[in-house]
Design a protein around this ligand. Structure first.
Ligand code: GLC
Length: 556
């Protein structure tokens, strides 16, 4: 009796029931890049009505929340990440009425939608910037960060981030690209107006925001020089680079404080998701989520798995580390691909079988999975010459030879991973009726597309759909604890973990190797709920795993 009471209290202390959790801690996110999703009016560019027409695909897959990359008014120098009006829509994407209809149509289907808020910078076309330039340095308080003489700060994309404005006779600071001037949040007017923009959309019903480069919002007030570093290339765990430690330009304590203010604004409207794009080691990014109560950003991306290794030991260590830094009430975000980085399937040489395991892992670990459009069908990166790249980063990097990036396993030409969604085997993969699409359609669209995979029960799409269904139906997968089966008890390159919430309990077993494996199943877990292929077999308490096989089991 005593023993069972202890067991019960263990369960209650360590997991939160769904009712105690904010909805965004047990959701699944599907990222839509509007320009590439579906073109409803035949101009070669995806649009808001296109998203509306394809909402049923997202719903049928089983994703619960949609994140749309920006479609606000913008000169599109960085395809929407350079905004000139936060409260209007770029005409090529639609109208305000379309945006409202999108929010409503998503809600009608029982899903949620978050918009992409670029708070750090605007476009140089924004009226605020034009005003700052025109008024000169002796006018009223500045909306942007100006200096007579640049300090040594490097931008996140390399080179000095200071840009000269002839008209004003001063330099302005741009953390990312020269046409994206950083706002000055030390001016209370800027903060107030930007928070009004946030409220503008919350009032219209959006369920929250993905926050673009949130961790650079504040810079050092005294503009002190950054120290030297030997680090040449920024990476997921350490954003320093270009031989500089980004001590005064990134992750300032004021930005972490601002996360709490923003959270309070959102809470005026109820439980709204704030998902921060932040960079740094795990402990640093956690700080954006607030104190023990998780009272800052409800979620922050963890980008370290963007450069995953396809090995059981890698995933085991990854989760163990993440669990240490993001225990309840924090919730980690697992992301393998997005609109900035190579598609995850590229790292396993476009292997669909391996992509199934990646999805299975992402959808069954404790955390919020964030999937990029096309990942569900195994869309691959295209190869587009830098010189033809529309992406401003590709333009910036065109002087460097391609092999350096290939060697580093990256592409600076983000066009390659933003090609149109592959809906079917018709012209332009069914994305657009226009002869010319904004980016070329990947030529593998006749074999990799939604329609084809919907009709094939061995497809990645159907597999992802099955895993999502199970996740949506099972408390253990939505909000359960995670506990690993010791590596010593498993064959080499096999990963196994349990998820449990109250009476709901499952075991996930994955074979990351190409050879067959036999696994001794613990605690009566012998009922197969889902498997990658029919070749996975349980006999007694022995599980036979085929090459790259994987299963989800419940107790008998
Ligand atoms: C973020 C976005 C990226 C954009 C940049 C500047 O990293 O994800 O697409 O170019 O910020 O806004």
């Amino acid at each position: 009796m005593k023993k069972s009471l202890a067991a019960i209290s263990f369960v209650f202390i360590t997991f939160h029931t769904i009712a105690q959790m904010p909805w965004y801690h047990h959701t699944t996110i599907y990222q839509i890049y509007p320009r590439s999703f579906y073109d409803s009016n035949g101009d070669g560019i995806g649009d808001i009505q296109g998203i509306i027409q394809k909402l049923d695909h997202v719903k049928e897959m089983g994703y619960e929340t949609i994140w749309c990359s920006p479609f606000f008014k913008s000169p599109q120098q960085d395809f929407g990440y350079d905004i000139s009006d936060y409260c209007d829509i770029a005409p090529e994407y639609g109208t305000m009425a379309d945006a409202q209809q999108l929010i409503d149509e998503v809600h009608k289907r029982g899903m949620k939608i978050v918009f992409d808020m670029v708070m750090n910078h605007t476009s140089v076309e924004h009226p605020w910037f034009k005003k700052d330039v025109a008024k000169g340095k002796d006018g009223n308080a500045d909306f942007y960060i100006w200096a007579d003489k640049p300090n040594n700060w490097k931008s996140m994309t390399g080179g000095s981030g200071w840009q000269y404005s002839k008209e004003r006779g001063q330099y302005f600071w741009a953390s990312f690209l020269p046409f994206q001037p950083d706002l000055n949040y030390r001016n209370p007017e800027v903060k107030k107006l930007m928070l009004d923009n946030v409220r503008f959309w919350l009032r219209r019903g959006v369920d929250g925001f993905r926050l673009d480069i949130f961790n650079v919002i504040y810079k050092d007030a005294a503009l002190r020089d950054n120290p030297f570093s030997w680090k040449a290339v920024p990476d997921e765990k350490n954003p320093d680079g270009f031989f500089q430690k980004f001590k005064y330009t990134i992750n300032q304590p004021e930005s972490m404080q601002f996360a709490k203010e923003l959270r309070a604004v959102c809470e005026e409207f109820g439980d709204r998701m704030l998902l921060g794009e932040v960079s740094g080691d795990r402990k640093t990014i956690r700080k954006f989520s607030g104190d023990e109560k998780n009272d800052g950003l409800g979620l922050v991306f963890n980008f370290e798995m963007l450069r995953y290794k396809f090995k059981a030991s890698y995933f085991h260590k990854l989760v163990e580390n993440i669990e240490k830094d993001f225990p309840n009430p924090f919730m980690p975000v697992y992301v393998f691909s997005n609109h900035d980085r190579r598609r995850s399937i590229k790292r396993v040489k476009d292997d669909m079988q391996k992509a199934k395991l990646l999805h299975l892992f992402q959808l069954t670990v404790r955390g919020v999975p964030c999937m990029y459009y096309g990942e569900e069908i195994g869309m691959t990166d295209a190869r587009i010459k830098f010189k033809n790249g529309l992406d401003p980063i590709a333009q910036k990097m065109r002087k460097y030879p391609r092999f350096i990036f290939d060697w580093a396993g990256e592409t600076p030409n983000r066009d390659e991973l933003r090609t149109p969604m592959q809906w079917n085997a018709n012209t332009n993969a069914g994305f657009s009726t226009n002869a010319k699409t904004w980016l070329p359609v990947n030529n593998n669209y006749t074999t990799i597309n939604v329609e084809k995979e919907k009709g094939d029960e061995t497809s990645l799409l159907q597999f992802v759909q099955r895993v999502l269904k199970l996740r949506n139906d099972m408390g253990a997968l939505k909000n359960g604890d995670i506990e690993f089966v010791e590596r010593g008890k498993l064959p080499k390159n096999v990963l196994a973990y349990k998820r449990k919430a109250g009476n709901s309990e499952i075991l996930v077993v994955m074979n990351f190797s190409k050879s067959e494996k036999s696994v001794q199943l613990p605690d009566n877990f012998s009922n197969v709920l889902l498997s990658v292929s029919p070749a996975e077999k349980v006999t007694g308490n022995k599980l036979h795993l085929s090459s790259l096989g994987a299963v989800i089991l419940s107790r008998q």
